[in-house]
Each structure stands twice: as C-alpha cells, then as structure tokens.
Design a protein around this ligand. Structure first.
Ligand code: UDX
Length: 439
C-alpha cells in the first residue's frame, strides 16, 4: 500500500512519543515522514532544546535529513500534558540492566505514573521489557489500553530498518483490539508482516529474538576458536553453513564479541526473567561467558607475537560497538583497552565518530586525530570496529610507519592477502593462513 492509499484516519493519527533516545527519535522522525503529527517528550530539557533547534544528539545515518525535512510535523517537548491529544503514546524510554541483571523498569514506571488512565488512550510499549510487564501495567491502569510493539531496529541502519521492517509485532489482550488496530493501521504502509498476538508473547518475541542472535554470534565465535586449533577458516565455514536456509548467513560473523545497548542487556534480562521464575536458562549463561572471553582472547594473540606487553604501544582502529554509530555502550573496546593497560601497554585509538563518548569512558587512552596518527610507532594494531574507511587506508605506507607491522583483525574485515602483500603479519579471528575477506 502506498502512503496515498492509507486510510485517511491512519494518515492523520496524532502520535505521542515518550523518550527521545535512539528508538524514540527514530520512531518520531519516521512517523512524521509518513505524514503523522508527532509530539515527542523527554525529561532531558537540554536534549529537547537541542532537538527543537534541529541539532541531533546521536549519530545515525539519514536521521538528520529526516528530522529537518519533516520538522513542521515534529514537536519536541518536556511536558507530558501536551501528549494528551495523542491516542497512541509510544513508550521509548530505556530499560538498562540493574545490578542483578534484571531490566530496570523505573523509567517505564515513571511514564505510567504520569498517565491519567484515559480510556481513549493506548500506551504502546516499544521499550524492551520482560514478559509480564504489560499485564502488570494493565492491572495498575485498567482503563488504559495497552499494546506491546517491540522495536527491532539496528543502530547504524535504524531509519531504513524502521521504514522497511521484516515484521511488526503487535501484542494486545482482550478489550484492547481497537488500539492494536490503530497501531496496525499506521504500520501497514511500511510493509512487513504484521504479527498480531497477545502481550506476553509479543514481549517474549523481542527478548527471544535478541537472545537468539546473540547465541548465533557466540556460537560462531566458538567455532572460530576451534578453527584456530584445527587450521580451518571460519569465514569459509560460515559461508558454507549460511547457504543452508535453515541456518542463514547473517549474524555468523566471528569477531571480538557483541556489544551495544541491546544484546548484553537483553540476554541478561531474559536469563534473569527465567531464573526469577525458577527456570535456569543454561544456554544463555554460556552465550554471555563466551562473549566475555572473546573480548579477552585478543590479549593472548598479541603476547604470542610480542611477548610481554609492558611499554608496548597498541593502536585500536575503531571504538564504537559497531560501525555507523557513535554508541560506546558495552563496546568491546572498553574491555580491550582496560586489559591492554592492565598488561602495561599504552593504547592509542581512532574512531571516526565516537571520540566524544569515548573520552569520558576511556580517560587514560590517547584519542588520535586519524588512523594514521594512532598507528604511528605502534607495535600492533587491533581492528575493533569495521568502519568502511579502514579498508581504504594506505596499508603499505602504514606498515613502514609502525614499529612492527602486526595487525589483529578483530572483525575479519580486512583482506589478509592484501595486508600480507603490504608487509603485515595478519591475524584474524578463526582464520587459517589463507583467510578470505569477509562476505
Ligand atoms: C540489535 C538487534 O539487531 C536489533 O534488532 C535490536 O532492536 C537491538 O539490538 P544493534 O545493537 O543496533 O541491534 O546492533 P547489531 O547490528 O545487531 O549488532 C550487535 C553486536 O553484535 C555488534 O557489536 C556487532 O559487532 C555484533 N555482531 C553482529 C557480531 O559480532 N557478529 C555478527 O555476525 C553480527
């Protein structure tokens, strides 16, 4: 269905968004781009002020253009009251992990506490919450309709993911069908399969999806570690495995572990959710442990080449948890830097966009002005984040600028043949000596 064919009522839906972090801002901008009037609320006055002037608070490709283009339909506010006009209130506040590993629902609770329970309004939960949260909110505010509509966008391709979803999950319980219909109507024009289900199942779909993807990554990382023992190449193994449609090629890139604001938190939240209700989710314990160890294995590889790391200069290429984002949450670079410094090395790093976020988290590393500056005089380079520009560096001249031309490719991103031809000792993750560039 094209935008012009969308029922008029759905086109004109006034939408409220609470919390303008990654998910909230993308949701607000994308719905505005589809013709809806959007009121986006956040408690952070500085953020609201900055967004109202068109200055974005995150690095996300395509988002500044979308916000600028649809500014007349996009209103930022610190006031919850102005959201009273919207039938659908999308809750997009964050649910970070607590010390116990459970999801911290305090921000969700504070949104709920500010709602009047207007029977004409629906709370549409985009924040990732444990199964059972919807039921408990519904108990506290019985007149308010409640829809679980988890978000699956990925940072770095968030706008595209939002506007072209694989599927849209809409969970509602008896009595709230009107709200589920309203949510379905505004998503329908985006395409993607609509999965209508109950609230608890919708909540579980989100947690189970992220836990499964994290499991895929930890699985391929363990395969990579075995490949190193037996002389196989994990990129070849993933290629061969991925052609089986039951397996699929995506999320089989071995590396130095997953990070970000979702996988670590959601895997832990699901493990705790199961544990709190008496079920020991054994598999997820291993997924988490493998991921933690994977970040540290790099140190062993370095010492194999360099011996003691005391006084060595190690260059990190990339700091963000993945390319096309400045997000440093749970980035592998954090553990890696701390371990390198713990071994007595000095760390110089370059990331195209993450320096501002990294400065506070990694105060004792050198943030270099370019990849070349980070690599100057280094005893080894570790590719941490596969920013496309790192493939285009003049590696032959960089080999001469380093103290020792050694590269550990933590994302199997670079072309081993080209690096070796440029004079480097190249080591990837789980690759034999003939490793191919990653698919
Ligand atoms: C993830 C989910 O993909 C998304 O659906 C959900 O809404 C939020 O969490 P995101 O955290 O933005 O999205 O990043 P994603 O692209 O999924 O990557 C997560 C981490 O896994 C990154 O650190 C990435 O480097 C790592 N990864 C991913 C691998 O190590 N190997 C892979 O094959 C894929």
């Amino acid at each position: 269905m094209s935008a012009a064919e969308v029922p008029l009522e759905a086109q004109r839906e006034v939408i409220g968004v609470v919390g303008v972090g990654w998910v909230g801002l993308v949701t607000a901008a994308c719905f505005a781009s589809r013709g809806h009037d959007v009121w986006a609320m956040d408690v952070d006055a500085t953020k609201v002020e900055s967004l109202s002037r068109g200055r974005l608070t995150i690095h996300e490709p395509g988002l500044p253009e979308l916000v600028a283009e649809h500014a007349e339909r996009l209103h930022f506010t610190t006031s919850m009251e102005v959201l009273a006009n919207a039938r659908l209130l999308f809750c997009c506040v964050d649910t970070p992990p607590t010390y116990s590993g459970d999801a911290d629902l305090s921000r969700v609770r504070s949104v709920v506490d500010q709602l009047s329970g207007d029977s004409e309004q629906a709370l549409v939960m985009k924040s990732t919450v444990p199964s059972g949260t919807g039921q408990s909110i519904r108990r506290d505010l019985p007149s308010l309709a409640y829809v679980s509509c988890p978000e699956f966008l990925k940072e770095g391709s968030a706008v595209d993911d939002f506007l072209n979803p694989d599927r849209v999950v809409i969970g509602a319980d008896t009595g709230d069908e009107w709200a589920a219909d309203a949510v379905a109507a505004i998503y329908e024009p985006l395409g993607g399969e609509l999965v209508r289900t109950d609230v608890a199942s919708a909540e579980m779909i989100k947690l189970a999806s992220n836990a499964f993807l994290a499991t895929k990554i930890s699985f391929i990382n363990e395969i990579a570690n075995v490949c190193e023992e037996v002389g196989a190449d994990v990129t070849e193994v993933a290629r061969g495995m991925g052609l089986d449609q039951r397996i699929g090629r995506s999320f089989l890139n071995a590396g130095i572990g997953y990070g970000g604001s979702c996988f670590p938190k959601d895997v832990s939240a699901l493990k705790q959710l199961a544990g709190n209700s008496g079920y020991h989710f054994q598999l997820l314990n291993s997924v988490i442990e493998v991921n933690e160890l994977q970040k540290r294995r790099v140190i062993g590889k370095l010492t194999k080449h360099l011996g003691s790391l005391v006084g060595k200069r190690i260059a990190l290429l990339g700091l963000a948890f993945k390319p096309n984002t400045d997000d440093m949450r749970e980035a592998s670079s954090l553990v890696l830097s701390a371990r390198l410094q713990g071994e007595g090395a000095s760390v110089a790093a370059y990331d195209p966009v993450a320096h501002e976020g990294a400065a506070g988290l990694l105060p004792s590393i050198e943030l270099a002005s370019s990849a070349e500056a980070a690599l100057q005089g280094a005893d080894a380079a570790i590719l941490v984040t596969e920013w496309p520009e790192f493939a285009d560096l003049d590696w032959a001249s960089l080999a001469g600028a380093m103290s020792r031309p050694l590269i550990l490719d933590g994302r199997n991103f670079l072309d081993p043949e080209a690096l070796r031809a440029a004079g480097f000792s190249y080591e990837g993750i789980g690759r034999g000596s003939t490793g191919r560039a990653r698919d």
